[in-house]
Design a protein. Structure first.
Length: 251
């Protein structure tokens, strides 16, 4: 008849060596040591020389999980959040997470503090988990601020007609509000300025802008591509006429 004994263990705690007991449920082996995967009771089966942990396996957050957090700081390049919970009852291994500006929206974001305020509750998606921290994103449908507070009186804001209103002080604010419907991106049509839409080619600059009925005046180009001036430039004693006279005398 086997005799069992129990011991309370935590995740990663060493229970025994493989020489004494083999690993059972909710355990793993590393460097010849049997360790626990979860918090619970370590049960040693003396008859089978086997150890297992009786408890619920703790699942930590991974990429693509949905988490909830509170904004604690807003920088120029990112938003810092304190994670409070995760969907599917997953365990949060790190309380702090980063929301980079590039992951906030599919649209251009000029200033992050216009879309996030300290104390806002945010629903986000995990896009990276590493020893340095957790990276989040809100650039998908249904992600963003789910609860916001007035920046003046700290009353919870109400969302109405795509605006956040404070019924206490009448303030109207803007946030990166979550939406269940993804809006199509809007593009403004280019203004019409004629056949070239306001753009001039390089040839137009080199050959003057007669195409646009704007003569260059005294600085128009001659047949040789240079400015239409007399030989000798600004030297009056060596102008075009003087040059021709001296040139003809030689012959």
């Amino acid at each position: 008849m086997s005799k069992n004994k129990e011991l309370i263990v935590v995740p990663g705690e060493e229970i025994s060596s493989e020489e004494q007991y083999s690993g059972g449920e909710n355990t793993f082996t590393k460097f010849g040591k049997v360790k626990s995967l979860t918090l619970g009771k370590a049960i040693f089966d003396e008859g089978q020389k086997k150890v297992s942990v009786e408890g619920k396996l703790i699942q930590t957050i991974t990429v693509n999980d949905i988490v909830y957090g509170k904004v604690v700081r807003v920088k120029d390049s990112m938003v810092l959040l304190e994670l409070t919970s995760a969907e599917n009852n997953k365990k949060i291994t790190s309380k702090e997470a980063n929301l980079p500006v590039r992951n906030v929206s599919t649209e251009y974001i000029s200033k992050l503090d216009n879309f996030f305020k300290i104390g806002d509750i945010v629903k986000a998606k995990v896009v990276g988990v590493n020893p340095l921290g957790i990276d989040l994103a809100t650039n998908e449908t249904g992600l963003g601020v789910i609860k916001a507070y007035c920046n003046e009186c700290r009353t919870e804001l109400s969302h109405s007609n795509e605006k956040l209103l404070c019924f206490n002080c009448g303030s109207q604010e803007e946030r990166k509000w979550f939406s269940d419907i993804q809006k199509p991106r809007e593009f403004q049509p280019r203004r019409e300025f004629g056949e070239n839409n306001g753009h001039r080619g390089r040839r137009d600059f080199r050959r003057g802008n007669n195409k646009f009925n704007k003569p260059r005046g005294n600085f128009s180009r001659n047949n040789f591509g240079g400015q239409n001036r007399e030989f000798g430039g600004n030297n009056k004693n060596f102008g075009k006429k003087n040059f021709n006279k001296k040139f003809n005398k030689r012959f």
